[in-house]
Design a protein around this ligand. Structure first.
Ligand code: ATP
Ligand code: MG
Length: 395
């Protein structure tokens, strides 16, 4: 470690924001974030990732692709392309001038935002602002305005590095993968559930997936599609354990014994009961669905509450207040939309009339469930569930 700094060239600095709230856990969060950043840039072995003194650097490039990839990593509040240099005023000034010139574009005012945490460096932050600012003003004709500035050049003198930046982009926010624990996502082949999973990943949950497969009514094409969606979600966490539940026998049993109007609600209660058994085995204390209020018959307030009643675990429904168009836009931006819209059969509509019940009555649903034996079939479905470890990279 030398006073003049150990890094040279270009890179990207990542700022954390919300992580600072985490007190004692901060170290764990930083380590998780470093792991996620390494995963995001793993396909570029020429890059180096360093975590030091509460900063994460990606060293060796600052191109637009890299910024976009890092901009998608949860846990980062903002990021900037940076230039490292020696801890020398002349070099700092000349890079500051270059950076300001690169961004002139009609600008009239600027400011220098200097931070010096290395007290061995002889100039204070205020000195740096004044000295470097004078040089930038002289070379560019810009005026200093600390409040209403058109461009900003940042200088950071850390323990063993010095770098400058002049642009900043927003990060994805949220929390690093898995730092909030685990939850099981009911993952269908539709548009909504992958988006719901993504939003909960953003809050730091590590997902497993549960897919109810009604073969042969829903073909293996749907299963392949769900595996593909799981693969997209796995990018955020490395691997995703997908449970494929054989659901046909149970659905046929409900079809043969219950009024068709109530089937959707009965299926959904059965799904929840199976899902929570699988979730508990997987140490997941919560379920996630893509339900959105009023979207379809099973998603009225009344029906949601009847479905909820079958659950012991909390059910997170991050899309509950979303319009379909908002969900579609998110699905497009996270890359699941094109897979989700491939044609598929939906097991929830199997044997269901055109106008299913929208106001299920809990006592009636319970008395229907008490009339015939579906529990053994439910248990068989749990026991015969297939487990697939879906990796973010296709083998
Ligand atoms: P999606 O687009 O996610 O399929 P949807 O608008 O089609 O949702 P429903 O089919 O009623 O709505 O499903 C609501 C939620 O129930 C889904 O978001 C998903 O979480 C869960 N779900 C429905 N069908 C299945 C299935 N076959 N396997 C796993 N989960 C399912
Ligand atoms: Mg669906």
């Amino acid at each position: 470690m030398t006073i003049s700094g150990k890094y040279r060239g270009v890179g990207v600095v990542l700022r954390f924001g919300e992580l600072f709230l985490k007190g004692k856990n901060r170290h764990l969060f930083e380590k998780a974030l470093e792991r996620d950043v390494r995963r995001a840039v793993a396909h570029r072995p020429e890059l180096d990732v360093r975590r030091e003194h509460g900063r994460i650097f990606v060293l060796g490039a600052d191109d637009a692709n890299l910024l976009a990839e890092l901009g998608a990593v949860f846990g980062i509040s903002s990021l900037s392309p940076i230039r490292f240099c020696a801890k020398e005023l002349d070099e700092i000034s000349s890079i500051a001038v270059e950076m300001a010139k690169a961004q002139l574009d009609g600008a009239k005012t600027f400011r220098i935002s200097a931070r010096r945490s290395d007290k061995r460096f002889r100039w204070t932050s205020a000195d740096l602002g004044r000295l470097v600012g004078a040089e930038v003003a002289r070379e560019t004709g810009l005026n200093v305005d600390l409040e209403a500035f058109d461009l900003n050049v940042g200088i950071e003198i850390g323990p063993d590095w010095t770098f400058l930046w002049s642009t900043q982009r927003r990060g994805a926010g949220g929390l690093p993968a898995g730092t909030s624990g685990r939850a099981a996502l009911l993952l269908s082949g539709g548009i909504d559930s992958p988006v719901a999973g993504h939003l909960m990943q953003k809050r730091g949950l590590h997902l497993s997936g549960i897919y109810f497969h009604a073969f042969p009514y829903t073909g293996d094409g749907v299963k392949a599609k769900v595996v593909e969606l799981a693969r997209i979600l796995a990018r955020r966490q490395g691997e995703l354990l997908l449970h494929v539940v054989p659901f046909t026998a149970l659905q046929e049993c409900f079809r043969d014994n219950a009024p068709s109007k109530c089937l959707v609600v009965l299926y959904r209660r059965a799904m929840i009961r199976i899902a929570q058994q699988l979730a508990k085995r997987d140490d997941s204390p919560a379920l996630i669905t893509g339900e959105s209020l009023g979207q379809v018959a099973s998603q009225t307030v009344t029906n949601l509450s009847v479905i909820q009643e079958a659950a012991e675990l909390p059910i997170f429904r991050p899309l509950i207040g979303f319009d379909k168009a908002e969900t579609v836009a998110l699905a497009e931006s996270i890359g699941t939309y094109q897979t989700s819209i491939l044609p598929h059969d939906d097991c929830c509509s199997l044997f269901v009339p055109k106008h299913p019940e929208t106001k299920a009555h809990l006592p009636s649903i319970r008395s229907i469930e008490a009339k015939f034996e579906w529990q053994p079939l439910l248990q068989t479905a749990v026991e015969q569930t297939e487990r697939i470890v879906v990796s973010s990279v296709k083998e």
